[in-house]
Write a protein that binds this ligand. Structure first.
Ligand SMILES: Nc1ncnc2c1ncn2[C@@H]1O[C@H](COP(=O)(O)OP(=O)(O)OP(=O)(O)O)[C@@H](O)[C@H]1O
Length: 404
């Protein structure tokens, strides 16, 4: 339905987007996500044909949009702007009626069909109750819904929405995206720039992640929103898990204070080890676990959080290759954390690691009674307070010379 190929736009000397390619299938909702200044609004402007790209083409149903008349485009594409600071001296109803302009001749009056489209658009965007109020008297979120109603009244096959939920409370944000989702499920095609990554992940079929004017990732939300792509695009540490009851990703930004940035190898099984993995990954640690039976809760948690798990088939015992891989991870880690049952076979893995901590109450069965034991709640702080492997290695020759 929409096809963007090799799009490049610059303002004066400044290149703003370049090499942007993506397609939007009919009846799908694509979210444009990315940091401030990434080029999302610029791409939306190119999609509606209101700017002249340096290179590249935007096609709607195979036809270049720049070759269509403004009226033809406005019958195909409706859009809502990012800001709502428009100084309309019109009522809400009159503002929504403007959406019918592409369907009317210059001196035509609105007919019954037009009136019906306006009423229906106001109902759907929940603004009918404001119909007679001046647009300028509404709050930012109410104005945003009126502008959505205006776009809906236009009755186009394509909707372009620039931050449709930016000023909306959580109830109206969800209702707006659910409305867009319903329209898309009924056959419309929509592209929306959305800052809230979790709402974008929940409602969009696909995401296009822009940063620095380029597409950094595109595809299903779960494939686009990974810690690595988000670090690359936003220069931010995040924890990516799954939204309850869906398979959509859930992105939790980590503050620098929370981000412990330590490499930690966990040894243990079951709920205690799973809780330790979550806690450490949530604190921004690079976590590995093993050796652990495949299918154990802790192995599954590690997989959910994109952490390396050294596994062996359940009841198969620990083989040499698995033991060596886990020992290598333990030796390279800043800390080894023991949580839950470890099994005798993991003894060499524990011995390969340097700074060992055990999680309180989950530590039964671990190899040494001489370990520092910490509560789960204080685990990431305890790990952060240990020297990193690099600091330990740097200190080692000094220790040796001191004993010589
Ligand atoms: N008319 C213009 N003249 C000069 N620079 C511009 C113009 N419009 C946009 N830019 C610049 O282009 C870059 C991309 O802007 P754009 O509005 O497309 O980003 P965005 O991803 O929508 O950002 P935000 O999330 O902050 O809305 C920014 O650096 C912006 O300053």
């Amino acid at each position: 339905m929409l096809d963007v190929s090799d799009l490049a736009v610059s303002f004066g000397e400044q290149s703003v987007v370049s090499g942007v390619d993506f397609t939007v299938d009919r009846g799908s909702l694509v979210g444009l996500v990315g940091p401030n200044g990434a080029g999302k609004t610029t791409v939306l402007r190119a999609l509606k044909g209101t700017l002249d790209p340096d290179t590249g083409t935007v096609r709607v149903d195979g036809d270049p949009i720049r070759e269509k008349s403004a009226k033809a485009v406005s019958r195909l594409v409706a859009s809502t702007p990012q800001g709502t600071a428009l100084s309309f001296d019109f009522s809400v109803r009159q503002t929504v009626e403007m959406g019918r302009t592409p369907h009317l001749g210059r001196f035509d009056r609105m007919g019954e069909d037009d009136q019906r489209a306006v009423e229906r658009a106001m109902e759907r965007a929940s603004v009918a109750e404001f119909a007679d109020r001046p647009f300028t008297s509404l709050s930012g979120g109410e104005r945003q819904r009126v502008l959505l109603a205006r776009a809906l009244a236009q009755e186009t096959p394509v909707l372009l929405l620039d931050e449709p939920t930016a000023s909306l409370d959580i109830n109206h944000a969800v209702r707006t995206l659910e409305l867009v989702r319903t329209l898309v499920d009924d056959g419309k095609t929509a592209v929306a720039a959305i800052h809230d990554l979790n709402l974008a992940a929940r409602y969009c079929d696909e995401l296009v992640l822009l940063a620095g004017g380029r597409v950094r990732a595109a595809g299903r939300p779960a494939d686009v929103l990974t810690s690595d792509t988000l670090r690359d695009a936003f220069d931010a540490e995040t924890l990516v898990t799954t939204q309850p009851g869906t398979d959509a990703p859930l992105v939790t930004p980590l503050s620098e204070r929370e981000s412990v940035a330590r490499r930690v190898h966990v040894i243990g099984t079951g709920t205690p080890a799973a809780a330790a993995v979550s806690k450490l990954a949530g604190a921004g640690c690079q976590v590995s676990i093993g050796v652990v039976p495949a299918g154990d809760t802790a192995a599954e948690r590690a997989a959910d959080l994109d952490c390396e798990a050294v596994t062996v088939p359940t009841f198969a015992g620990i083989d040499d290759a698995a033991r060596e891989r886990a020992a290598d991870l333990a030796a390279a880690a800043d800390a080894v954390v023991i949580a839950g049952e470890t099994g005798d076979g993991n003894r060499p893995v524990i011995e390969a690691g340097n700074a060992c901590l055990a999680v309180e109450s989950g530590g039964s069965g671990h190899a040494s009674g001489a370990l520092d034991t910490v509560p789960l709640a204080g685990l990431s702080e305890a790990v952060a307070s240990l020297p990193s492997a690099t600091e330990r290695d740097a200190a080692r020759p000094l220790d040796q010379s001191a004993t010589d």
